[in-house]
Ligand binder design. Structure first.
Ligand code: GTP
Ligand code: MN
Ligand code: MN
Length: 396
């Protein structure tokens, strides 16, 4: 698919899974602008527009140097009229009026704040905004009923807004590892998500858990969660059971991209000791601007562990755990490493170009009418007729 002819302006293949997208992006102003419009579309339930802006941003992320004029972009894929208008505005005027307008809009600001609460999606935020709720304060005053996730999200809002560092991700990895091998010797954990792609920070930490013997992983998640809970590491958790095998429309049909693994959305309580002393020298009180969330205090509420008058010695961190049987491990690894757009493009490539259906569980060949097995990501790329792209180059 990639032709070798000398490029004059820029040239990139239209599928993100044919491109190598590293973290060093030569056009951050342009990609931030397009990403903001993508986010606004997604928050406004306009997913189609959201994907269009994400694709446009991803094309610019793949360029080898900064764009200086729109003529360089001639012939590039995924740049629609709307995206080009935004790019031209920035290149010629230093800013895009649409982006600036969106950033300043009360609606966008409110959507950002409210969906910034763990457990709150675009639909809920939309409903609250219609009820005149634009801020955390207004939400707290409103008497809206919050579910358990939202209560935890509000309670730990400030912490969860703080990007998670790689050091914190590693510290949590050690805890999860200890949990996993304690309850099932031989079980293995792998860091997935953004950190596997080499990101230095993330909004959460993602782990994939498996065991080399098929079937041994069954029932593992509740045990891991119990262990973590008993050690006081969890501020919140919600475990959902594996439904892939149970699902009536499961293996017989092309797998959908809805995930059916046993997984756990959690909020970890990461103590400073676990952060390897990175905060030891800091002595500013971090908890002065904490929200007085009026959720039902959990039995392990922050107030209890906070030394009287002193600063807290821990922070809340979002952690996602996924358990996969070893037979699906390569698909789970590929599906959970991201980026989200890279994953979407892989599935689009599989479906449109190869008549295959790719999910985080399996790869189905519609022409052959069978599943294609794989024990590594490399094998999946080969099945798909793609050159292997390592995680660090999947940052589309
Ligand atoms: P940050 O956490 O912001 O650093 O980025 P990230 O790339 O790690 O994003 P996130 O943690 O949201 O997701 C990690 C990967 O898991 C992405 O590739 C997602 O596509 C994938 N993912 C997240 N939720 C689901 C899900 O419900 N099903 C499946 N199959 N994949 C998911
Ligand atoms: Mn993540
Ligand atoms: Mn995640």
């Amino acid at each position: 698919q990639i032709d070798e002819e000398e490029v004059v302006a820029f040239s990139v293949p239209s599928y993100a899974c044919l491109r190598r997208t590293t973290l060093d992006n030569h056009n951050p102003v342009l990609t931030d602008a397009l990403s903001l419009l993508a986010e606004n579309a997604e928050l406004s339930d306009e997913d189609g527009r959201g994907v269009a802006f994400r694709r446009a941003a991803a094309v610019l992320k793949a360029l080898p140097e900064p764009v200086t004029g729109v003529t360089q972009l001639r012939g590039l894929p995924c740049l629609g009229g709307h995206s080009l208008r935004v790019i031209r505005d920035i290149l010629e005027n230093g800013a895009s009026s649409e982006v600036e307008f969106t950033k300043q809009s009360e609606r966008f600001k409110a959507l950002k704040v409210l969906t910034g609460i763990f457990g709150v999606g675009a639909k809920t935020a939309e409903r609250w905004i219609r009820d005149g709720i634009h801020s955390l304060h207004q939400l707290q005053e409103s008497g809206q009923t919050l579910n358990r996730a939202q209560q935890a999200g509000l309670e730990h809002y400030d912490d969860l807004k703080q990007p998670v560092t790689k050091a914190e991700a590693d510290a949590i990895g050690e805890i999860v590892e200890e949990a996993v091998v304690s309850v099932l010797p031989g079980a293995q954990i792998t860091l997935i998500g953004g950190f596997r792609r080499g990101k230095l920070t993330g909004h959460d930490v993602d782990f994939l858990i498996t065991h080399p013997e098929e079937g041994r992983e069954v029932g593992l998640m509740p045990k891991v969660v119990s262990w973590l809970e008993s050690q006081g590491f969890l501020l919140y958790q919600k475990t959902t059971r594996n439904s892939y095998l149970e699902a009536k429309d499961g293996p017989a049909r092309p797998p959908s991209n809805i995930d059916r693994f046993e997984r756990c959305f959690s909020i970890f309580k990461l103590a400073e000791a676990e952060k390897r002393g990175t905060m030891q020298t800091e002595n500013t009180p971090e908890d002065t601007c904490r929200l007085a969330a009026h959720s039902q205090a959990t039995d392990e509420g922050p107030q209890r562990t906070k030394p009287a008058g002193g600063r807290r010695r821990w922070r809340a961190v979002r952690v996602d755990l996924v358990v996969s049987p070893i037979s699906q491990f390569a698909f789970a690894l590929l599906g959970w490493t991201g980026s989200k757009l890279f994953e979407r493009e892989l599935r689009r490539w599989a479906g449109h170009e190869k008549a295959m259906s790719l999910s985080s569980h399996a790869l189905y060949d519609n022409n052959q009418g069978r599943y294609l097995r794989a024990t590594s990501e490399e094998e999946i790329f080969t099945h798909l007729g793609l050159e292997y792209i390592p995680p660090s180059e999947r940052n589309a």
